[in-house]
Design a protein around this ligand. Structure first.
Ligand code: HEM
Length: 418
């Protein structure tokens, strides 16, 4: 066992480009590994991750006193909001928050969004299809989930760029281990702005109620219990962020993966009914959330290692998704694999709340891209992965494609008219 193995190596550029060799090394050498640099257990086998997500505590936000003691007092406003989000709570608080949010986020609301999502995808593609080239991240994968999220929440769609920037800021805290003071002050400012924004959105509901998740959260009631205003704000922020970086990265990394596997791409183009299976396989193969954390509530033996009460455990979902004990030939992309048991949406009580919406967004994005953009190809072999160790995604994806004949005719007509 190599005691120097650490998830911190994700910061090295070649490992950031492809972390799967590091995950395999960890899984083979020491699947429940004490990371000397992170002071946490790193768990990389599928079965062990399922145990961690089923049995360990999600309540991992530090108290204000502890933060002060560690010299991290500046993080307090951020942690305050996180501690009211369902993702960081255990039952019974988690159950109450999740039930109330579920009452607001119904399958009917997701179904209503389907037609809108198709329109959003088409209108974003309309903007660049006549150019024959595009940055798929900047021009589709980033704005599409931001617009969908604004519609879902019932806030003005014209705010989507603001929502996207907040989401990027907050994701830096969620996805990174390294402490950077300037980053903390920027995220704290974003949290302040988001809190004010959602407080104003709640006030707006009182005078001018309209459809959307914020309205539903304000009115949600289960067995006479309602959400407090601070809980509505915190969980609106969680939904806004949960729904953006992840879906952006599913579309961006997923399209890159398809373009790097031309035979699989051709198979999908020939048979678009495979799209739902393809989305599951892309989620497994390049998981948008690479790892998540839990805390041991009691002393516990896992994989032969003694984990002590209070110790942190990092469950590397993306490593579990490449575990050969669970997925045969895990490093092979097989769009027909047909296995929904991957860990990309987590497991057990905190299983992704937005999974039906995320799946729908992914399916619509890929089917529309493949239907409308012919001869899609990578415009460059150099990819820059964002410096976010937990939320894995590209900072850009330049592609080329054929300009459809009607677009060419339209642009010639424009030239004649000029
Ligand atoms: C491809 C897209 C997505 C991926 C890969 C993803 C992944 C995940 C994962 C792994 C978790 C569990 C984290 C943990 O256990 O620590 C989670 C939870 C969550 N996700 Fe997603 N997510 C996606 C899209 C969405 C969308 C679209 C929404 C909202 C509209 C959303 C909202 C949430 C919320 C609220 C939770 C917390 C659930 C709880 O604590 O009970 N996610 N997601």
């Amino acid at each position: 066992m190599d005691a120097g193995l650490s998830l911190c190596q994700l910061m090295e550029p070649d490992i950031m480009a492809s972390p799967y060799r590091l995950y395999r090394e960890l899984r083979e050498a020491d699947p429940v590994h004490w990371d000397l640099f992170l002071h946490a257990w790193v768990v990389t086998r599928y079965a062990d991750i399922v145990t961690v997500l089923s049995r360990y505590s999600a309540d991992r936000t530090l108290t204000p006193e502890k933060l002060e003691e560690m010299g991290l007092g500046a993080m307090n406003p951020i942690i305050q909001v996180m501690s009211r989000q369902m993702l960081f709570r255990d039952p019974p608080v988690h159950t109450r928050l999740r039930n109330l949010c579920a009452a607001a986020f119904t399958p009917a609301r997701v179904a209503i969004l389907r037609g809108h999502i198709q329109d959003i995808a088409d209108s974003l593609i309309d903007r660049f299809i006549g150019k024959g080239r595009a940055d798929i991240v900047a021009e589709l994968a980033a704005p599409m989930p931001a617009i969908v999220t604004a519609e879902l929440l019932g806030v003005p769609v014209s705010d989507h760029e603001k929502l996207k920037q907040w989401s990027i800021d907050f994701a830096e805290i969620l996805g990174n281990f390294q402490h950077q003071p300037d980053r903390v002050s920027r995220v704290a400012a974003s949290v302040r702005d988001m809190t004010e924004y959602f407080r104003a959105a709640i006030r707006e509901q009182e005078v001018n109620p309209h459809e959307g998740l914020v309205n539903s959260l304000v009115n949600a009631e289960v067995d006479g219990v309602r959400l407090t205003e601070e809980e509505i704000i915190a969980n609106s922020i969680l939904t806004m962020i949960g729904g953006q970086e992840t879906a952006t990265n599913l579309i961006g990394s997923g399209l890159l993966t398809l373009l790097q596997h031309p035979e699989q791409l051709r198979m999908l183009q020939d048979d678009p009914s495979l799209i739902p299976l393809a989305v599951e396989e892309l989620l497994r193969y390049e998981s948008p959330i690479q790892h998540t954390a839990r805390v041991a509530q009691e002393d516990f033996v896992l994989g032969g290692k003694q984990i002590r009460r209070g110790q942190s455990v990092l469950a590397v979902l993306a490593a579990g998704n490449r575990d050969p004990e669970r997925f045969p030939n895990p490093d092979v992309l097989d769009l027909k694999r047909g296995d929904k048991g991957h860990l990309a949406f987590g497991w057990a009580a905190h299983f992704c709340f937005g999974a039906p919406l995320a799946r729908m967004e992914g399916q619509i994005a890929f089917s529309t891209l493949l239907r409308r953009l012919k001869n899609l190809a990578l415009a460059s072999e150099d990819f820059v992965w964002r410096e976010n160790l937990g939320l894995r995604g590209l900072s850009g994806l330049p592609v080329t494609f054929d300009v459809p004949a009607e677009e060419l005719r339209a642009s010639r007509l424009e030239l004649v008219h000029e």
